[in-house]
Design a protein around this ligand. Sequence first.
Ligand code: MRU
Length: 350
Amino acid sequence: MRPISWDGATLNVIDQRMLPAKVTWIPISGWKDAFSAIREMKVRGAPLIGVVAAFGLALETKRIKGSSINATKEEVRKIASILETARPTAVNLKWAVDRVMQAIQSEDSADGVRNRAIKEAEWIMQYEENTAKRLGEIGEKLIHDGDVVLTHCNAGSLATVEYGTALSPIRLAVKKGKQVRVIATETRPALQGARLTAFELMKDGIDTTLISDTMVGYVMSKGMVDLVMLGADRVLRQGYVINKIGTYQIAVLAKRHLIPFYAVFPWSSVDMLTEVGDVVIEQRSPREVEMIRGRRIAPKGIKIFNPAFDVTEPELVTALVTDRGIVYPPFEKGLEEADKKQYVSADMHI
Ligand code: MRU
């Protein structure tokens, strides 16, 4: 299920807040649409928000007319720096916007800037699709016939362009005839597991059981989980995995029960430069915690804490599954070597 549609002129995305009840497509015609879609989580998932930001910026270049080519580029740069702040944690957003900015630098006309920006956004979309497919091929080998895989949040095609990150190996394993079952956590507060992962996997006919986040320890202690596979919004050079809130407690429990813990992500989620203490963990509205789907569940006035992501230490991670191969500890060495390799997109056609 592709959450994004581009026909060469117009971009539409599925409003994921409405899923699974309704599939509603909304247009993205420039940076403001992209910014609000990302900020309000109409689109979400690290790779997808990068793609949507890139197109938002590229489409906006049609409207920008500076007094000179440098003035035009300066206008684009200002918009890029606002777009990057729509959500602070997934590094894919900055990666994608920076790529568009980099791509237009050598252009010397407004038309050139527009065409180049659109081409780069298309490249990024194709890259994320190719990469997700590759993640499936690489990660599928870690899943054995009969395994039960626990996943968290939504790391499926709705978080990317197609296939997914952590769900891509699961999909391929099932396609190859392996008997694989999935346990999906509901993922409070935004319920991406219950609304999106359950929806996607059921649509594909994959045997999936939904649990609340509080049940992870129980299912692990009962021997019901063989491995954990989930995505990442940012992975640091030492192997810190920054992902949806709740990931850290799953990793701690997996270690306690000797269950392999794999994070599956494209190279666009890798941040080799930032130190762990400098990563901004997005804080979201208290409403997401005190309400469920618009209905109040907590008393008015209660204090709320709502960080959207957490940090899992490298010691808790069995391996990092990337489109450049599987990286085992020590992660810093493996990630530095992989960082020298090419993006998967080198052999793609657009
Ligand atoms: O807040 P979200 O829904 O954008 O968070 C998404 C996740 O944490 C996913 O697990 C993640 O993007 C990694 S897989 C694409």
